[in-house]
Design a protein around this ligand. Sequence first.
Ligand SMILES: [Fe+2]
Length: 212
Amino acid sequence: MRFTNGGCIMNTITRSAFIRQGSVFAVSVALLGCRHPVVSGHTSDCQTSADSLGPFYRAGAPLRADMRVAGDLGAPLNMDGIVYSDDCVTPLSGALVEVWQADGAGAYDNGSADFRYRASLNSGENGGYAFSTNLPGKYLNGGQFRPSHIHFRVTAEGHQSLVSQVYFENDTDIASDPWASSPEAEARILPVTESENGELQVNFDIYLVLAS
Ligand SMILES: [Fe+2]
């Protein structure tokens, strides 16, 4: 079963545009037509940019670092990173990192108690997080497939919540996807390497913004 992504529209003022406009305020992202609007500020060059929440977020995913389901489609993928504050260097422990994605066949688990391919993680003392999954499959958004992607929602005390998505280099569906091809997404199109055991490895460090 495939799902569309709800046709959300994202308007973003980039940091450079923000500076050019000489604005004092840092209100930068407005999501139109999505279920949950996102507003985030720009206070540093390292900030991780926001992306659409999409229609498939579910709160309350179990705390776990392994989302794999035996026998499912999708290459084994390991992902890790560090959650930082907006000075770009201070790691944040205890951040809640929620991730969700389609399975290898391109379907989201939108109702089961298993919360398949959904997880909550807490960043460790050094701000680190890591999880194992399978490479997400693609699903149709209207007439086009969305590129393979993983959704993130990151929450930390004293910081603005971040809703974003990551994509993978050399995915041929990035160019036709309005979210993945946005200039703001460029830093979230991530290199994929192969580890010694033959599994895919991706790194994604996350930089939050202080709450205003
Ligand atoms: Fe999605």
